[in-house]
Design a protein around this ligand. Structure first.
Ligand code: APR
Length: 183
């Protein structure tokens, strides 16, 4: 982790459901429409309630008229969820011919920047792009953990919430290969 503002964000990995996390902000693996979907997106909207979609629609009616671009991040209320905010980010769809790694890294960098702007002290990420968008979990884990460990951030805790054992194992192995201490 980089030394910024003296603190080093604590990095934790756990198997669970991101909608249940008691953190300030959870990151949504959204799509550019911001109007919901399946996977994490579906779970967050379903459990968070209509306020989230209302604020997503407001984002589409203002700053993101053409949709949220891949790699960018934007926050809304978390509605009925334990978290205060949802940070929506659009992961790249995996391509074996086109290296989109930097866009996946941007999702994590930009989500942390938005979290800082909000004053969030704890942020939970899902394994962005590794479901519908088909990014291989092992590679996504390396990109995600390397990016957050190198991003200067005043966030106190960065949590990765993995939905199954395979993803948790992939992130543990990635943290180990990157030499990252886990909180
Ligand atoms: N909590 C944590 N992780 C979850 C949850 C949950 N409740 N539900 C699914 N996941 C995991 C999946 O197992 C996968 O590892 O989140 C990861 C990301 O999968 P997706 O949600 O499919 O997201 P992504 O691959 O980024 O595709 C985004 O899917 O749902 C649509 O609207 C979304 O079009 C967008 C696309």
């Amino acid at each position: 982790m980089s030394e910024s503002s003296g603190a080093t964000p604590r990095l934790t990995l756990l198997r669970g459901d991101i909608t249940e996390q008691q953190v300030d902000a959870i990151v949504n693996a959204a799509n550019s429409s911001l109007l919901g979907g399946g996977g994490v997106d579906g779970a967050i909207h379903r459990r968070g309630g209509p306020e989230i979609l209302e604020e997503c629609r407001a984002l589409r009616a203002s700053k993101y008229g053409r949709g949220l671009p891949t790699g960018r991040a934007a926050a809304t209320t978390a509605g009925r969820l334990p978290a205060r905010w949802v940070i929506h980010t659009v992961g790249p769809v995996f391509s074996s011919s086109d290296d989109r790694s930097e866009l996946l890294a941007d999702c994590h960098r930009n989500s942390l920047l938005v979290a800082e702007e909000l004053g969030a002290r704890s942020v939970a990420f899902p394994a962005i792009s590794t479901g519908v968008y088909r990014w291989p979990i092992d590679d996504a884990a390396i990109i995600a953990l390397r990016t957050v460990s190198q991003a200067p951030s005043s966030v106190a805790e960065i949590r990765f919430v993995l939905f199954d054992d395979r993803a948790l194992t992939a992130f543990r192995q990635a943290a180990d290969s990157l030499g990252l201490p886990l909180g």
